[in-house]
Design a binder for this molecule. Structure first.
Ligand code: NAD
Length: 492
């Protein structure tokens, strides 16, 4: 079969300009999803193109096999298509040099790969739920049956924290060098999250191992940004037309890319700054900016847009009321809550750029995709800013509307009566609440009682409950479009 590895590609397609035979698996990555392909793999490929070197990536899959099998069939090469209203550029990424698929080679093969001496970084994009953290407390979720299984059978782990602890145990027992665990997921303090998950499990197993990990392994935090929608048949057909050959691993994304990283790598790293990454002492303020301004606005558009029947974020942005509402959300209710000073970031320019990026008609980023896993996303994207406003005696009508939008969304029907396929780690719990609590105020109260999402405090705060209930009742009575229009800040 002809693949991108065996055919000659059109001249406009950029290819790796370095010697791939010299690559070693110095980075092992867990989660060959859409984002990793268009972000960390691209950044590493840029470094290799500019400096050469041997920083190859070994891709690991714990659950599925299909995509990595396809990748193997094309010599681990894949295509990234960057596009917006101004044009498009296809690039073949060559930074991946091998892969291990647990479903085929077994979990021990994955563990042995992680325990190879040259491995310096284990990076991951496994989504929020991959860390098995309780969203409200930020601690390892010991009630999670998969974590319990990993505590009982640590040598054959089924979760990422379990995998990392067993791999580190092997390195420790063999006297190998420690490495860096690099989370590239959108979670506040992602470095701390992976550290807490790993140390929590290691402590349960062997305090000496936990002490070695704490003293030797590093967990730098990162802020990652690039909008990378899941690939659709349409995207893949567009890329086939450009390449002249199919690439089932191809992905399309926007041209914008940003990566802010805490410079704390115990076993070295690629010179990612050559690719545009920014190394800083403290990532937290950048992360907070991105989670609240970008992700918080994305969730607002996704829940309220999906309810109104808008399939894509760009469809929401074509509605002047949604555009104005999300601009108001950023300027009035998210930006003031941030720690970054005006000398570090021009927040008005950042927000304007975000509005432009959201409106990119080429991306077809589905509201349904962004709307999923709301219980994991709400705390950092909307609830923390609400707490800031409460502490500062401020109002937050658009945040309340976004939260109420999530509550309507998990009700399972949009404003046109169509059923919504709810995806969430707490889906069963959400369904039980929706089935047993009457529509209206009782439903709002029942959802607010989800302590692992809302924590203590908010559910008992009269002003918060009233603001969310009012927004919810507006959505139920008038639908999302009318409620968003009515919520526009004065003057917009
Ligand atoms: P995706 O669905 O394409 O990929 C998710 C990957 O995570 C898959 O490889 C899947 O196998 C793996 N995974 C999921 N649950 C897991 C678990 N329990 N254990 C181990 N692996 C698991 O999603 P994506 O768009 O690539 O997003 C991945 C991460 O990147 C998310 O945290 C997301 O917030 C972040 N991110 C995405 C974008 C974007 O635009 N797509 C932008 C910035 C950050």
């Amino acid at each position: 079969m002809t693949t991108i590895a065996t055919t000659s590609l059109p001249a406009g397609v950029q290819r790796p300009g370095y010697d791939r035979a010299g690559l070693k698996s110095r980075v092992v990555h867990i989660g060959f999803g859409a984002f990793h392909r268009a972000h960390q793999a691209v950044m590493t490929d840029r470094v290799l193109n500019s400096l050469g070197g041997d920083w190859g990536i070994c891709e690991v899959s714990l659950h599925s096999a299909g995509l990595l099998q396809a990748l193997r069939g094309q010599d681990h090469l894949f295509t990234v298509l960057e596009k917006d209203g101004n044009g498009r550029q296809a690039r073949i990424i060559g930074a991946v040099n091998e892969s291990v698929i647990a479903a085929i080679e077994g979990i021990d093969a994955v563990l042995e790969k992680l325990a190879e001496p040259q491995v310096a970084i284990v990076s991951m994009t496994i989504t929020e739920k991959g860390y098995c953290i309780e969203p409200g407390s930020g601690e390892l979720d010991r009630a999670n049956p998969r974590i319990q299984a990993d505590i009982l059978h640590p040598e054959a782990p089924g979760t990422v924290p379990g995998l990392l602890v067993e791999a580190l145990r092997r390195r420790y027992a063999r006297g190998l060098k420690p490495l860096t665990l690099l989370s590239c997921d959108n979670i506040p303090g992602n470095g701390h999250v992976v550290k807490r998950a790993v140390l929590g499990l290691a402590q349960a197993r062997d305090p000496a191992l936990a002490a070695w990990i704490e003293g030797h392994v590093s967990f730098p935090a990162t802020m990652v940004d690039r909008i990378v929608p899941a690939a659709t048949d349409e995207t893949l057909a567009e890329i086939t037309a450009i390449l002249g050959v199919e690439d089932p691993c191809a992905i399309a994304c926007e041209p914008f890319i940003q990566w802010v990283i805490e410079d704390n790598f115990v076993a070295g790293r690629p010179d990612w700054q050559r690719a545009g990454a920014q190394f800083v002492a403290d990532v937290a303020p950048y992360e907070e900016m991105k989670l609240r301004m970008l992700n918080g606005s994305h969730s607002f558009l996704a829940w309220l847009g999906n309810l109104a029947g808008y399939q894509h974020i760009s469809d929401c942005m074509a509605d002047p009321c949604y555009r104005a509402a999300v601009a108001g959300l950023m300027a009035r209710e998210q930006a003031p809550t941030l720690r970054l000073g005006a000398d570090e970031v021009d927040l008005a320019a950042y927000a304007a750029r975000l509005l432009e990026r959201f409106a990119n008609p080429e991306l077809k980023h589905r509201t349904w995709q962004i709307a999923m896993d709301g219980t994991q996303k709400l705390p950092q994207r909307m609830l923390d800013p609400v707490r800031w406003h409460i502490a500062h005696g401020d109002v937050y009508p658009l945040l309340a509307l976004g939260i109420a939008g999530w509550m309507r969304y998990v009700g399972g029907r949009d404003d046109l009566g169509a059923e919504i396929d709810i995806r969430d780690p707490l889906r069963d719990e959400l369904r039980r609440i929706v089935d047993t609590s009457p529509e209206g105020e009782p439903r709002v109260r029942a959802l607010l009682a989800l302590r692992q999402v809302f924590g203590a405090g908010l559910a008992d705060h009269d002003g918060f409950v009233a603001a969310v209930t009012q927004a919810y009742l507006g959505l139920a009575r008038n639908g999302a479009k009318a409620t968003v229009a009515a919520a526009l800040p004065a003057g917009d």
